[in-house]
Design a protein around this ligand. Structure first.
Ligand SMILES: *Cc1c(COP(=O)(O)O)cnc(C)c1O
Length: 467
């Protein structure tokens, strides 16, 4: 039994305090709309997404399951396309990609970023127009590059001198020139977690502007017969909430762009400002909407180009998380509820669910915060500070560090975590030989399995050691 008090959990002796930003909800059954996809709502306490009750979805498909709100995904893709109407918008497939999603991306008028042969394979299977694909990666093999050239991908974002050499060799024999962007590091550390801020200098991505490597990379691309230089590329990090980081980066990259035009006499037609647009995982997050970011970023670039006296290149951006993140939630079933005594007499309630770090590594990897809600019934019990953990053999196997759940949460309850569309299924593992959950699209009361649940057969299929 949980330690509850007539006047609420916080009044019990030795009560545990959550982080400062976490507010005790007046009604722990209610949804915080900002965190959920557009069609999510509660019907008598049962979470409904895309017109489908999650109790029905779990009864049919089991748990855990990722639930993808198709109309929400499409609406966010359209919002980016409309907000950045003069840009090319590349959906960053590494956030989440499957054949159906690649098709939705195409149907909504976006281009697609891939950063591996596997992601390219999915795009190919979806029939994605290869001319609208950008190919990223800091260590593309000769074989991967050959495949990209053969398929005619629209642009390759080069990230090392070795890659430029490899690509130049392949391009010499290609039917058409290979279009290239040079990834540069602008020395900007976005205001976000250290492990996901990729533009400070001591990391593996890009050519340094300050060290002169970026200029040298541009020279080498220009010197290669089969390569066509489109422009510079900068990606400053992830989960960025305002345009100030982009502003500094854009200024530095545009300065290099202008210098190339002046010193080398080459006017590059394009520039890519990367992705990293943040979303709300909890009530502490306050992301800008795409329209506002587009206006601010455009203003910055226009201003800089005027100041430098250069023509404005065609811009592109690469949102991943901001499109698919809020469109998906994960539904789990509670297995055990356990109170643990902490130093000082407080007790923490651990709610264990049937998934964990194998389907959402972000809490363990990035110390990320998530929220959750009881998804299968109305409770009415007072809120209780809880920690939602998985079933893996790892103390760091935490899904939601701190959240108020109704104090009568028990085995068999459904718990849903919003904002799991990006970097959850795409980073999922088979740790402890877990079967990776399905991705189920919901729309207008219909469900459609996009990725099926893995089976025991899948699990054993690669184990060929002994027959
Ligand atoms: C990861 C990545 C993105 C997408 O980042 P989000 O945070 O999902 O928007 C875009 N561009 C590049 C180069 C990336 O590595």
């Amino acid at each position: 039994m949980s330690t509850t008090h007539e006047a609420g959990w916080a009044h019990a002796p030795g009560a545990l305090r959550g982080p400062a930003w976490l507010r005790e909800p007046a009604d722990p059954d209610a949804l915080v709309p900002l965190l959920w996809s557009g069609t999510a709502r509660k019907v008598d306490g049962v979470l409904e997404v895309g017109g489908v009750l999650l109790t029905d979805l779990v009864a049919e498909h089991g748990s855990p399951a990722y639930v993808l709100d198709e109309s929400d995904f499409r609406a966010r893709a359209r919002a980016f396309r409309d907000a950045f109407a003069d840009y090319d918008v590349y959906y960053a497939g590494k956030a989440f990609l499957c054949t159906a999603v690649a098709r939705w991306v195409a149907q909504e008028g976006l281009c697609l970023d891939v950063c591996s042969a596997g992601e390219l394979l999915v795009a190919e299977r979806a029939g994605f127009d290869m001319a609208r694909i950008g190919y990223h990666g800091s260590n593309k093999s000769a074989a991967e590059l050959a495949r990209a050239v053969e398929l005619g991908v629209g642009r390759v974002i080069v990230d090392s001198f070795a890659e430029i050499d490899r690509l130049a060799e392949l391009a010499a024999g290609a039917a058409a020139p290979v279009r290239v962007l040079v990834r540069v590091t602008a020395g900007v550390e976005a205001h976000t977690h250290e492990y996901i801020a990729t533009a400070h200098e001591d990391q593996k991505f890009g050519f340094s502007i300050t060290a002169g490597d970026a200029l040298e990379a541009v020279r080498r691309v220009l010197a290669a017969d089969g390569l066509e230089l489109l422009g510079l590329h900068s990606h400053i990090g992830s989960q960025i909430f305002d345009s100030s980081g982009f502003e500094v980066a854009a200024r530095r990259v545009l300065a290099l762009h202008a210098r190339i035009s002046e010193e080398l006499g080459v006017t590059m037609p394009e520039m890519d400002l990367g992705g990293g647009f943040g979303i709300a995982y909890t009530t502490q997050d306050d992301p800008s909407d795409p329209a506002q970011l587009a206006v601010e970023m455009t203003k910055i670039v226009e201003h800089e180009c005027r100041a430098l006296g250069i023509e404005q290149p065609r811009l592109s951006v690469e949102p991943g998380r901001a499109i698919v993140g809020p469109a998906m939630c994960t539904v789990y079933t509670v297995g055990t509820v356990k109170e643990v005594a902490l130093d000082g007499g407080a007790r923490r309630t651990y709610v264990s669910v049937d998934g964990g770090m194998s389907d959402n590594i972000r809490t363990a990897l990035y110390d990320a915060d998530y929220s959750c809600t009881l998804a299968g019934r109305l409770s009415g019990a007072p809120p209780m500070l809880s920690r939602v953990v998985g079933k893996h053999c790892e103390a760091g196997d935490i899904v939601v560090k701190d959240e108020f759940l109704p104090s009568d949460v028990h085995a068999g309850d459904l718990v849903a975590v919003p904002g799991t569309g990006a970097y959850c299924r795409s980073m999922a593992s088979n740790y402890n030989h877990a079967l990776r959950p399905p991705v189920i699209a919901v729309r207008d009361g219909e469900t459609r399995v996009l990725l099926r649940r893995e089976t025991e057969h899948d699990l054993l299929a690669t184990d060929v050691g002994e027959e």
